[in-house]
Structures are given as C-alpha cells and as structure tokens.
Design a protein. Structure first.
Ligand code: BGC
Length: 783
C-alpha cells in the first residue's frame, strides 16, 4: 500500500496560525510507556498547541469512539460516520477489520478534516488476532509468563499489520464466581498471579516502543472489580469493602499501570454506589493520583449512557459526572438513540456550567498524547500495510506457536491407571458435539479470529495420527436438550447445527461406534459462547444431554477420556467419580485439534494448573483458596461435618479441584521445605527451597508454587496467599532444587488505614504442587 503524505492540512492551519513549532513530528522522543511514570509529557507543548486550534466540536470529537465494528453489545449503532470524520467529530473507531478499510478511513480523517488529526483504531484483540491462542482463563493455566508475553507480542504484530493500534486487553478482573461468564476472559482468582499476567500482557503488546509499527497500545480492563458482580450475573452490582478491594482485587490493574499500560477501560459496575464510569475516587484519586497513571481512560460500551439506568441523572448529569471523574473517551455513545453521550450532551453540559472547558481540554490532551505516543502524527498510515498483513498474519510460525500454547494450557484433572497418553495405534472413537465444531475452538471474544481456519479435534487427529490410528466418529448428542439455551450459547457465527435425529438415534449411533473402538475420546462440554460476555449460568454442570451421553459411553466398558471444553470452572463431581481420564482443554485457539492431539498422544506432557477453583456444586460459590479462617474453622481436614463450625450440612467445604491443581503424565515428589534462616527483618531476605524429583516415566514440567500465611495481624489475613511460582522442566529421574527469596515486600498488605505494610510476627511458608499443599516451615519477621 502506498504511503500518503503526512498530515499536511494540520500543518497548513498551524502555519497560518503561527504555531508551526508544534509539528516537528518527531515522535521518537518517548516511547516506553504511556503511563507508568509520573514523568512530564514530552508532547505537552504540541498537544496544547493543537488544542489551541480546535473548536469545541472538534474537541468533543476527539472524545468520541463510535461503534462501527461487527459486534454490537449494547444499545448503540452510530450513523454518518464518514461525515463526522470529515467534520472532526470522531477521535477513533473500533473493531473495523481490514487494513485497506482502515487506511481509507484514516485518509478521510487526515485529508478531509480541518485539522487532519489521525484516528486511533481499537479492537478487542483479546487472545490473539487471526492466530488465536487459548481463551485467557486457559492461557493463565500455563503459568508461563514468557509464553503469555509472546502470545501478546504475536497478537500485536498481526493486529498492527492490519491497521489496529490499540487493543482492549488485557482483561484482568479477578473473579471467584464461575457463574459469571466473563471469568473465561480473565486470569482466574488470584491477585498475585493476575498481576504477573497483567504485566506480561502489557509488555507483550507494547514492548518498549509504542510508536513502533508492530506494537499496540494496551488497555487494561475493566476498571474495576467487574468480576465481583453479585450472584455472578453479568453487569450486576458490586459492593465490596476497601480493604478487600485493595488486598484482593486491585493488584492486577495496578500491575498493568506499573508496567506502563497506555489506557484503562472503566467497568460497567458501580463501586461504593457510584458507577465506575463516573467514579472520581476510582478514575482520578486512585488511578492517577495514587498510582501515577497518566494515559487515557475510555468508557466501556455505552457506559456513560448506562449511568442513566443506574439512576445517576439526566444526560447532562451523567456526561459531566463521567468527564469530571476523569473518563476521557466515550465508547459507543455516538448514536442517535443515545442522548447521554459526550457527542450529544457535553456542549449543553458546558453551557449549563456543569463542566468547564478545562475539563474537556484535559481529556482531549490525553487522547492527543496517546496518538503522539503511537506515532500517528508522524505517519498516520504506519499500521496499515496490506503487504505486512499478508506476510505476517496467521503465519505457519505463529500457528505452530498457538499449537504449542494450546497444549501447554490444558489441565489434566484426572488420569486413573494412566489411560493417557493414548497409544498411536488401534481404534479411537471420537464422540461428542464439540468434535467437529471448528468454529468454536477459538472460544469467546475472538472477533478478529478467522473461525473458518480453526482446526477441530476431528481434523487435528486426522492430521496427526490419522495414518496410525483408526479414527471413528459420532456426534452423540446436540449441545443441549434445550433448543433455546443452545441458540443463546452458539451466537456470533459459532453455531453447532442441531442434528435432525432424535436424541435416542444419536445416542444409539454413538454407542455402536464406541463398541468398535479400543478407547473413546468424548469431546464434550460448553460451547464457546456458553461463557463470555452476558453468558452467566446458574447451573455449572456439563449440559445434561452430554452428561447423559458420557454416562452411556462409560457403560460400554470402554476406557473413556473426557476432553472437556469449558470457559469456566464447572461442577464435575459425577464425572470425577466415573470417568477415568479428564483433560480440560478450555478453548485452545485456532490450532485446537492439533494441540489436543499432541497432549492426548503424549507429544506434549500436560503441565497446566487451574487458576480458578472448581467447586463441587454451585452452592459453594464463591469458593476460593485464599479465604479467611473465620472464628469457627473446621477442626478436621477430612471434610467431616462439625456442628457450629463454618461448614455446610450437605457438602464439604473443599472444592473438587483446588486452585493451582493439575496433573502430569509423570509424577513429582517434593522434599521438605528448607529455609536458610528462620527469622528476617525488613532489610534482609529468607531463601526458601525444595527439591523436586521427577519420579515417573515421562519428562515433564511442574509449576512449583509458594504460599504464605501471616498468622497474626491487625486485620485478619488469608489462610494462604500465592507469593511465588516457577515452572520448571524436569527430566524423568532427575531432581531439581527450586529456590525462592522472600523479602518484606512479599509480607505486606493493606491494613485498616489502607497503609501497605508488613507487621512483625510469625509466618508460614508453604511450597507444593497446588494450593492444598501442607508442606510448610515457619519463620519470624522481626522488628
Ligand atoms: C465489553 C468490553 C469490550 C467492548 C468493546 C464491551 O461490551 O465489556 O470488554 O472491550 O465491549 O467491544
């Protein structure tokens, strides 16, 4: 694609107005981070000069991010986009595909609008662009920060070649509630791990140069606490104490800010009774003043407008509330049916004296700064390269990497009698409604993915072991007995066509096929859109028709391997009791079939570990490992009921599979925990180590996890908190020493004054294979 001239028209207006110094266009002065430091904005002078040239309409235009993309999730649909761009009334667009389209649209902004200010192009590049990696919850189960960073880097490279320069990722909302469908989009329940992943993702997207044409500006979301929606129902109210927020929920957002994330998306929910979108404490006092963020804040989809339904007032009240709170850009507010938007209401709000020009200028300045940081004033077309797009998108190299990541993210939940790995011989029956559902393999929130290129389990097995293994197939069942539910769970082109046969006919066929096989691979679970946005559930079981299919298959007496698709922790008590092998594959991405085959046949030894607890039943929810002890803890670890203790009459307290849990084809033995000393002060450290021996028959990777418990505090402390982990490769028969260093920073928490401090006293340190570990040593933090 030929490059066009730079933004000449902005230059000529500037010359005419005598502010030519603004446009030296040297965008390489700063790049590392948009926000991480409180350093001066190197573009301030340029930005101020542009603002000096702008009309009020043009200023409000910069704050306008209309919805034009393929997916509409809220009330909005904007109109007259081209005319508005020409009039300088749009600051950016999102979810437009194709570098050619983006180029054309950018050309309108740059050549036809009065000031020629380039647009920013955003997209939900959530877990890969065209090359799609596992859904984030799955990816987090890899516990591999380098790998996670690289997936973001590949996504950035592909997306930026296709005209995108801003991604609405990472989503770092802690969630302890698998009813909430968006748990699939996050990194599970742990703040420390969530923080590490947030950092890795931001690094991967932004690298150390936002202005490079192969990086994206990252947008951490949804700020804040979105994952704590009451009853797991999406968009529902959140109500939480400050101390819980600070200790258990805020850390991943803060980590992203420390890593220099360029932008932040406000969440839909309320916090302390004020929607995040209009919450000044959140968006200014905490985010900017305490954490030092100086990038820009965008609303979520129609978030400003939604404050009307929240009961925050009329269109002038809600827009001014948002702007004054520090919300810079209005996503999807520009729609004729939405009056409560920056586009439609801000001018009047100014006339009414509800906001000032300086409030508007502040927001405009942040958006223009982001455009400078991205190098858009230097070359507005730098991200549109059809040639690069063709060469660098969905390359074999990227696909091979996605195949590996898909395999590394699988979690082996059960493997009795070493049913897995399978032998590459004999007859394998592949049965279940997900076996051929290629379009479901990329999982939820995969707007940029090319679903037609995704590889189903069936195709993956054909490609990998098709010559050695006799593969048989039967669909076995539909996704669900309930047609209406099935429709809701197969949206966005991810349909699993309903079979015209009766349930009985499908089942009979499946049983006949199973009987011919040596082993049955049951590909069942949720469809991709069973989780994700607006996909909350109250029943966390495998859909009943598939449960029935599975039990019928087990009755054939053939060994059954459950290849479980899910976007959330499910309740699997019955399956855990009856199925010999369960491999949780989440939604592995574009290469799903190959990733799954690699694990099933032992080319990759599974090493994923759960990052969200799997409860026994829905009644236990919310259930998480880092809970408090209470005043009436159970006195036994066997889960026996005790009257007047904190437990249930009808189910034990422990989950089915705890946080950090995951098996391997090999086994790992741990030595006792060793400490180099048993006390420390805040100026020294303790070395903690264990010897881990691979005592099984396969080489493998183990995620060694370190947890701490602070026994006494001025506020109650969790029974365990993850404070370190290492993923180590250990050959069979080999022993590796794994060491961690504990410093006072690992012992700090927010006390009731919200001071971040460590209190002297006794601590327990645990090291083991999951959060249930009891392998422990004690140490003191001295004054
Ligand atoms: C979601 C965001 C997403 C946005 C733009 C909203 O509905 O909550 O996560 O980034 O849409 O597509």
């Amino acid at each position: 694609m030929k490059k066009l001239r730079l933004i000449k028209n902005i230059k000529s207006v500037a010359v005419a107005l005598g502010v030519i110094t603004v446009f030296s266009c040297n965008t390489n002065t700063d790049s590392k981070s948009a926000s991480g430091s409180k350093s001066e904005n190197p573009y301030q002078e340029k930005v101020d000069s542009i603002i000096g040239l702008m009309t009020l309409d043009e200023k409000i235009g910069q704050l306008n991010l209309p919805a034009t993309g393929p997916i509409t999730t809220g009330a909005s649909k904007s109109t007259d986009v081209v005319k508005k761009i020409e009039d300088g009334k749009i600051g950016g667009l999102f979810n437009i595909k194709d570098p050619k389209n983006i180029y054309e649209v950018q050309k309108i902004a740059v050549e036809k609008s009065r000031l020629g200010i380039p647009l920013i192009f955003g997209m939900d590049v959530i877990h890969g662009f065209k090359t799609t990696f596992p859904i984030p919850l799955g990816l987090s189960a890899s516990w591999d920060m380098e790998m996670i960073e690289k997936t973001a880097q590949i996504a950035a490279n592909e997306a930026s070649a296709n005209g995108i320069n801003w991604t609405f990722s990472p989503m770092v909302d802690i969630s302890r509630d698998p009813r909430w469908g968006r748990i699939s989009e996050g990194n599970g329940e742990d703040p420390y791990l969530g923080g590490e992943i947030a950092r890795a993702m931001v690094r991967g997207y932004q690298q150390d140069d936002l202005s490079a044409n192969n990086t994206l500006m990252s947008c951490v979301k949804h700020f804040a606490l979105y994952g704590a929606a009451e009853a797991g129902r999406d968009y529902n109210t959140v109500d939480m104490s400050r101390i819980r927020m600070y200790n258990e929920y805020m850390l991943p957002y803060k980590a992203a800010v420390e890593e220099g994330v360029g932008s932040v998306m406000a969440s839909f929910n309320e916090i302390d009774g004020v929607p995040a979108t209009g919450n000044k404490w959140l968006l200014t006092d905490l985010l900017r003043d305490d954490w030092g963020f100086n990038g820009f804040v965008v609303s979520d989809y129609t978030g400003i407008y939604e404050m009307r339904a929240h009961g925050m007032g009329d269109e002038y009240d809600v827009t001014s509330l948002a702007l004054k709170a520090g919300l810079d850009m209005d996503m999807a507010g520009d729609s004729p049916n939405i009056k409560a938007s920056y586009t439609y209401a801000l001018k009047d709000a100014l006339d009414q004296g509800k906001i000032s020009m300086s409030d508007i200028d502040k927001a405009v300045a942040r958006i223009l700064t982001a455009k400078y940081q991205l190098g858009l004033f230097d070359d507005p077309y730098k991200y549109c390269s059809e040639e690069r797009a063709k060469k660098e998108t969905l390359t074999q190299e990227n696909r091979d990497y996605a195949r590996l990541v898909g395999a590394e993210s699988t979690v082996l939940l059960k493997n009795d009698n070493q049913v897995l790995p399978l032998k590459k011989s004999g007859t394998v029956a592949v049965i279940g409604p997900l076996a051929k559902a290629a379009n479901n393999m990329p999982g939820t929130w995969s707007v940029s993915s090319d679903h037609s290129k995704a590889i189903s389990v069936w195709d993956g097995l054909q490609q990998t072991v098709g010559n050695d293994v006799n593969l048989l197939y039967a669909k076995g069942s539909n996704l669900d007995y309930d047609l209406e539910l099935e429709k809701r769970a197969t949206m966005f082109g991810k349909d699993i066509p309903r079979d015209g046969r009766t349930d009985k006919q499908m089942l009979d066929e499946a049983l006949a096929i199973a009987k011919k096989a040596d082993v049955v691979v049951a590909t069942i679970g949720e469809s991709a859109e069973f989780s994700g946005e607006s996909s909350s559930r109250t029943d966390l079981g495998i859909p009943q028709v598939q449960k029935d299919l599975l039990q019928a298959l087990l009755k054939t007496g053939k060994p059954v391997v459950l290849v479980l698709f899910t976007g959330r922790p499910l309740t699997l008590v019955e399956e855990n009791e009856t199925v010999p092998a369960i491999l949780n594959v989440w939604f592995p991405g574009s290469e799903a079939g190959l990733s799954i085959s690699d694990v099933l046949f032992g080319d990759v030894n599974p090493s994923g570990k759960l990052t969200a607890t799997f409860p026994r039943n829905v009644g236990q929810v919310p259930l998480f490992y880092n809970h408090k002890n209470t005043g009436r803890p159970l006195g036994n670890r066997e889960g026996k009921f005790e009257k007047f203790k904190t437990n249930y009459l009808d189910v034990r307290n422990e989950p089915l599979y705890p946080f950090g849990y995951g098996l391997s084809y090999t086994t790992f033995d741990y030595s006792d925990v060793k400490l180099d000393k048993t006390s420390m002060t805040d100026s020294d450290t303790i070395n903690v180590s264990v010897d881990v021996t691979n005592s099984g028959d396969y080489d493998g990777k183990e995620v060694v996890q370190l947890y701490i418990r602070d026994l006494v505090g001025t506020v109650t402390r969790p029974v365990k908190e993850l404070k370190g982990f290492q993923k180590v490769f250990i050959k069979k028969g080999e022993t590796k020493t794994v060491s961690f260093t504990i410093s006072v920073e690992d012992l700090k928490f927010y006390n009731s004054n919200l001071d971040f401090i460590a209190e002297p006293g006794t601590f327990h340190v645990f090291v083991g294979t999951n959060s249930n570990t009891e392998r422990m040593k004690e140490f003191e933090l001295k004054k």
